[in-house]
Design a protein around this ligand. Structure first.
Ligand SMILES: *[C@@H]1O[C@H](CO)[C@@H](O)[C@H](O)[C@H]1NC(C)=O
Ligand SMILES: *[C@@H]1O[C@H](CO)[C@@H](O)[C@H](O)[C@H]1NC(C)=O
Ligand SMILES: *[C@@H]1O[C@H](CO)[C@@H](O)[C@H](O)[C@H]1NC(C)=O
Ligand SMILES: *[C@@H]1O[C@H](CO)[C@@H](O)[C@H](O)[C@H]1NC(C)=O
Ligand SMILES: *[C@@H]1O[C@H](CO)[C@@H](O)[C@H](O)[C@H]1NC(C)=O
Ligand SMILES: *[C@@H]1O[C@H](CO)[C@@H](O)[C@H](O)[C@H]1NC(C)=O
Length: 461
């Protein structure tokens, strides 16, 4: 907000000083504040939207200031071709006034008026930006069509924020935006899923080089030489240190978490990263012993009478708090932008993953059908609260934080998972209702990611 105030004052000043000139202007109405924002284009979007908006609730009325597309050139062309000297001075200043206004409104439209994350899915026929033949990097486990998924109606839904339009992912513009930068997806296999979707969305524009892969394929780096862009995936189940207890050489599914120690597997890479996209959540539903220093603080789901019982929310909160405060205290992480991708809900019906649960729906749920009291939304709120806390602590350190808030939108997409079509011969009969088919609604996470990064870089200037 700090940067906004001078702009407002300057534009107000300019407006006042020149307002009397405007009385003599042949086109006084060109200078009224609303003029720059009657974007025809936006109206078309909405009309088009209404045509397809035939299943889920209609969007609310849109507001004047939710315009994302502003055309200074278009506005200028309304002025006379050969202005007088006096008029050219007015023109000059009013043009600046317009620029200031544009800056102001871009700021507002993104920061205040449009919540990209509250909306609904509207049915709309549209081609996916990639297929399992155009994108060579779709992992088999998410290649649902290859694994026998027959329905494809689930591809024909578009996320519609209530107050504005979500621009479609644009690989060319994205790669320009991140030229010379390093981006890391930090988290579990759902984080990996998000990164894989981004790889496919970028594939029409540039084929990256696969420059690093560890023995378990948990850390991987891709490089886009034409854009000097590096994309990494850094594996971390908990963001903090979390070790599985081994019993006779096999995993016990019981974890020891060190609430006050960040997982250095990802954290050591921070100084080289420009954009960190962090997420996690699904591993927090196991039996966990929680430690601080050498003390056992308590546990989750351990059921031991002499150990303090904590809930999943507590463990998640502490893990994110530790991870984010580590980011805030990183001395060599100048200009780091941290984006939290909020918890992605699973959709097992009639059972859990190991008790016959399945997810074979073929269309989204409506807003009315989702459970607003679900634990998915509680996980999301905790994560958002922790990022807000970090943002407050990070302003002085020049760190920036943002949210890619997908939880509500994805609660409505039980149709987006592989279900039985994840091609795992060893685990036939088990359904994958946690990861997401590619192509599929997971691709929207990158539409949102792009919009959020755009906003972040807008604040930068
Ligand atoms: C793509 O999906 C089709 C089914 O829609 C399948 O027959 C084909 O094998 C898949 N191709 C690849 C390369 O995965
Ligand atoms: C571990 O192995 C030992 C010896 O083979 C056996 O006695 C013990 O019961 C095993 N423990 C568990 C938890 O399986
Ligand atoms: C561990 O417990 C001791 C004794 O209660 C306490 O003094 C110490 O501060 C605790 N350490 C941590 C890291 O919480
Ligand atoms: C809890 O009790 C068990 C035995 O019943 C003991 O082995 C363990 O050390 C105790 N844990 C704590 C934190 O006191
Ligand atoms: C989890 O525990 C915290 C305190 O540790 C409490 O504030 C919160 O309400 C609990 N959440 C649930 C869902 O029980
Ligand atoms: C989904 O799977 C369940 C259990 O296999 C089955 O009873 C149901 O008919 C399936 N629904 C659809 C829409 O295929």
């Amino acid at each position: 907000m700090g940067k906004l105030v001078p702009f407002l004052f300057t534009s107000l000043g300019v407006a006042t000083v020149f307002s009397f000139f405007l009385l003599y202007s042949p086109f006084p109405s060109q200078f009224t504040p609303k003029q720059g924002f009657d974007s025809v284009q936006n109206q078309q979007h909405l009309d088009q939207d209404n045509d397809h908006n035939n299943v889920l609730p209609k969007p609310q009325h849109h507001q004047d200031h939710d315009q994302n597309i502003i055309h200074p050139k278009h506005q200028m062309s309304k002025f006379p071709k050969q202005p007088s000297f006096l008029f050219s001075i007015i023109l000059h200043f009013s043009f600046h006034f317009h620029l200031l206004k544009i800056k102001y409104f871009m700021f507002c439209s993104v920061e205040e008026s449009c919540d990209l994350f509250t909306g609904h899915w509207v049915q709309q026929l549209r081609r996916s930006m990639y297929t399992n033949s155009s994108c060579a990097t779709i992992p088999d486990s998410k290649n649902c069509f290859k694994n026998g998924r027959k329905d494809n109606e689930f591809l024909n839904w578009r996320w519609k924020p209530n107050e504005c339009e979500l621009p479609r992912f644009d690989p060319k513009a994205f790669l320009e935006m991140v030229r010379g930068k390093k981006m890391a997806f930090i988290g579990d296999s759902v984080s990996r899923n998000h990164m894989e979707s981004l790889l496919c969305l970028l594939s029409p524009e540039e084929t990256p080089k696969d420059i690093y892969k560890d023995s378990e394929d948990r850390f991987r780096t891709w490089y886009f030489p034409l854009h000097d862009f590096t994309l990494m995936t850094l594996w971390s189940k908990y963001l903090i240190v979390g070790e599985e207890r081994m019993v006779n050489g096999t995993g016990s599914s019981i974890f020891d978490l060190q609430l006050d120690k960040v997982d250095n597997g990802w954290a050591k890479h921070l100084p080289e990263i420009d954009y960190a996209i962090i997420s996690d959540g699904h591993w927090f539903f196991r039996v966990m012993y929680l430690h601080q220093g050498n003390n056992l603080t308590g546990c989750v789901y351990c059921g031991k009478p002499n150990v303090t019982d904590y809930n999943v929310s507590f463990a998640i909160r502490m893990a994110f708090r530790t991870a984010l405060s580590h980011i805030n205290s990183c001395k060599n992480c100048k200009g780091l932008v941290t984006l939290l991708r909020t918890f992605a809900p699973a959709h097992f019906e009639n059972g859990a993953w190991n008790t016959g649960g399945y997810c074979n729906r073929t269309s989204p749920k409506s807003e009315a059908e989702i459970d607003l009291g679900s634990s998915d939304l509680e996980m999301r709120s905790i994560q958002v609260e922790e990022i807000e806390r970090a943002r407050k602590g990070g302003e002085k350190q020049g760190k920036r934080f943002g949210v890619v808030d997908i939880t509500r939108a994805m609660l409505m997409r039980p149709d987006g998972h592989p279900g039985a079509h994840w091609g795992n011969q060893w685990m036939k009969g088990y359904n994958d209702c946690v990861h997401w088919c590619m192509p599929g609604p997971v691709d929207y996470w990158n539409d949102l990611l792009m919009a959020v990064i755009r906003k972040e870089s807008g604040l930068d200037s």
